[in-house]
Ligand binder design. Structure first.
Ligand code: UDP
Length: 236
């Protein structure tokens, strides 16, 4: 099995290493937390371990339900071996309930359930603050082809169709989430990155208590407990 080699990137929440096989990369999940385009910085105890565990469970569940992804294995509690992809510079957000930046844009009450999921795109560029974009920008600036974008849209809704009921059975509302996709060595669109409380909003179904990174963004306290709670409900 592949082992970690040279570090090729360090992001806000994880480090990415080459492995002895050019087809694979190794993620190392850190406890560092950032918000508001890294203007707020901190650390959440054990976050890396919990996010690795939660992401793994989601990727396995998605594969069992026909949504392939880059996950291969977790050789340790903070490491995830993944298939190498060329990341498409578009963040895809799926929303079931109005909150966050959508609430600011649409002026509707926070917490309103949408009649069907909304898919949105953001250009993955920290210097620009990840601006919202649409299909036209993606095609005209060649960030993805029409076929790739149709595939991203289809897979994003398929992820929601698997994760939303899975979380509901565990007493959690999947409010919204962000996905990243890449191109594998054959040029196919493949779900990548991570899916965890850093990248999803989760609310308790009974109390609507926030169980995700919004607790860190909004200084609500109980951040680690929320991540632990999601790990317990998702991965046992
Ligand atoms: N999100 C993310 N990374 C980002 C921006 C958003 O993972 O850089 C996630 C966020 O956790 C939420 C969803 O995408 O689950 C929608 O976020 P929104 O557009 O409401 O932005 P925010 O309110 O977080 O600025």
């Amino acid at each position: 099995m592949a082992t970690s080699g040279k570090m090729i990137a360090e992001g806000k929440a994880k480090r990415i290493y080459e492995t002895d096989d050019p087809e694979f990369l190794m993620f190392y999940f850190k406890d560092d937390a950032t918000a508001f385009n890294a203007q707020k910085k901190g650390s959440i105890e054990s976050k890396g371990i919990l996010n690795n565990r939660i992401s793994r469970r989601f990727f396995e569940l998605l594969r069992e339900n026909g949504v392939d992804n880059h996950f291969v294995d977790c050789p340790s509690e903070r490491e995830m071996l993944v298939r190498k992809v060329e990341i498409i510079p578009v963040e895809t957000v799926v929303r079931n309930i109005i909150t966050g930046s959508l609430q600011k844009r649409c002026g509707r009450p926070e917490g309103e359930t949408l009649p069907r999921p909304i898919v949105e795109y953001f250009y993955k560029d920290d210097d620009l603050g990840d601006p919202m974009i649409n299909d036209e920008h993606i095609l005209i600036f060649s960030w993805a082809t029409r076929e790739e974008l149709d595939e991203i849209h289809r897979q994003a809704l398929a992820v929601n169709a698997v994760l939303e009921p899975f979380m509901r059975e565990r007493g959690v509302l999947l409010v919204d989430f962000k996905l990243e996709f890449g191109r594998d060595s054959s040029g196919n669109v493949l779900l990548a990155d991570e899916i965890c409380p850093d990248t999803c909003r989760f609310w308790d179904i009974e109390t609507r208590k926030k169980l995700d990174k919004d607790r860190f963004r909004q200084d609500m306290g109980g951040v680690e407990d929320a991540y632990q709670e999601i790990a317990r409900r998702v991965a046992g």
